[in-house]
Write a protein that binds this ligand. Structure first.
Ligand SMILES: *Cc1c(COP(=O)(O)O)cnc(C)c1O
Length: 439
């Protein structure tokens, strides 16, 4: 056993040596030291502002849909661990990966038949893009190498995904000169329930038609733009994209990494539109937040196109592709989700968020409040600077809730198992954070 270390010592080492997401080195903001987690609660190693337990309003970046330390997922991991935690996927295969791929094919839109297992969301987006470029190369149209997306999106932090993130407001604008130059449409008009705007649909069609010769694919987050700003749009725009892509010979990628597995009230956001993409990425909630895993699914046409070309293979193969432990837990997580009335659960959370956030709309400094499925967001009139961000986070912690506001947003994507009382505490903490950021 290693020597025990005090929380203070651990945090000191953390600051000196450990890089955190989107952070500087050494770290400026002291992270909270988590000792364990169960259900929807994070247990801190030492109390902060007198609070030692936090209700998790973030579900660990939207992935821990069943909460922490779940007996069913624990059992799946233990039982797989006793067999093998990993074997290479080149030349070898195993039941957990085969079961998972088959399950994903069954629950995603019908035309998606083939599954590439990747080790993170960003990598699955890289693979999806590679699939599309290679499809056109194999079809004798190597000039089709660019991508089209709408502004306000987020697709990950590796190179190709960064090139289709929002070019202005996003985190990656400093790389504009170095990244592949993609084609951007305006941000889709807001509102899940709004009628599709005819002028915007025309803009999409015209832009896709104009660039058809050089476009490999259109890539979007369906229905919800997540890390780009928690904005919802009409599923009608997905139907418009499908029509335009078919009309002008362009492939369509849906990035369902954040929206998949029920988050928006449909199992996949594409289901709201009844539209099937040519390639779909899933990740985040796929293992219930236990282990890193993602997948890119494609149609038989895309798979055959690639495999019939002069380079008849997809040259991609992460070391930990198809990891048995991750795929075994993913199977358990998806089975657990589908074994109960998840739609009612998400609906219950949606209702709780609408009720709990109704007060927020009346608070000073609030531009809008939106809820869809198990997503609730308060958008402020101006972005949070560092001081207001800290005030908002501290207020949430004092309310016993873990939130991580960003830009002008105080939002939650809680685990689906969050009970009504805990949900009420999350929404109350969001309101308290909003007040503190304005105070
Ligand atoms: C989180 C996210 C990604 C990137 O996934 P990682 O696992 O963080 O690499 C890509 N697309 C969307 C929509 C996401 O929300």
């Amino acid at each position: 056993m290693p020597e025990p270390m005090s929380p203070a010592r651990l945090l000191e080492l953390d600051q000196q040596h450990v890089w955190h997401p989107y952070g500087p080195m050494p770290g400026r903001n002291r992270p909270l030291l988590v000792e364990s987690a169960a259900g929807v609660r994070l247990q801190l190693a030492e109390p902060v502002a007198g609070v030692s337990e936090l209700i998790d309003g973030m579900a660990s970046w939207w992935s821990a849909i069943h909460g922490y330390n779940h007996p069913v997922l624990n059992e799946a991991a233990h039982s797989q661990l006793g067999r093998m935690s990993h074997v290479m996927f080149g030349g070898l295969t195993h039941e957990p990966a085969i079961r998972l791929a088959t399950k994903l094919v069954e629950i995603t839109p019908e035309p998606l038949q083939h599954v590439f297992l990747a080790d993170s969301g960003s990598v699955s987006v890289e693979v999806a893009i590679k699939m599309c470029l290679q499809y056109w190369r194999s079809a004798g149209k190597p000039a089709k190498q660019r991508l089209l997306t709408w502004r306000g999106g987020y697709h990950g932090d590796t190179w190709q995904p960064m090139s289709v993130c929002d070019p202005d407001g996003g985190m990656h604008h400093i790389w504009q000169g170095a990244l592949p130059r993609q084609v951007f449409a305006d941000q889709p008009p807001a509102g899940f329930d709004a009628e599709p705007d005819a002028a915007y649909v025309r803009e999409l069609h015209e832009l896709i038609a104009l660039h058809a010769d050089e476009l490999a694919a259109v890539i979007v987050e369906p229905v919800v733009q997540n890390a780009g700003g928690m904005r919802f749009h009409s599923p009608g725009y997905l139907r418009a994209l499908r029509q335009a892509c078919d009309a002008y010979g362009v492939l369509l990628i849906f990035d369902e990494i954040a929206t998949g597995f029920g988050r928006t009230g449909a199992l996949f956001a594409a289901d709201h539109a009844n539209v099937a993409p040519d390639v779909m990425c899933v990740g985040k909630a796929i293992t219930g937040g236990y282990l890193t895993l993602a997948a890119a699914l494609c149609t038989t046409e895309v798979a055959q196109g690639i495999s019939g070309g002069d380079v008849p293979v997809l040259a991609h193969g992460p070391t930990f592709m198809g990891n048995p432990l991750a795929t075994a837990v993913a199977n358990a997580s998806i089975d657990l989700l589908l074994s109960h009335d998840w739609q009612a659960e998400v609906k219950r959370i949606e209702t709780g968020l609408i009720d709990g956030l109704s007060e927020a709309a009346t608070l000073p400094g609030v531009a809008s409040v939106r809820v869809l499925g198990a997503i609730g967001a308060i958008q402020l009139e101006r972005p949070l600077d560092e001081a207001r961000m800290a005030a908002a986070s501290d207020a949430a912690i004092r309310s016993g809730v873990w939130l991580r506001p960003f830009r002008d947003l105080i939002y939650t994507m809680p685990p689906y198992i969050t009970g009504d009382q805990d949900l009420a505490r999350i929404t109350a903490a969001m309101c308290a954070a909003t007040r503190a950021s304005e105070g």
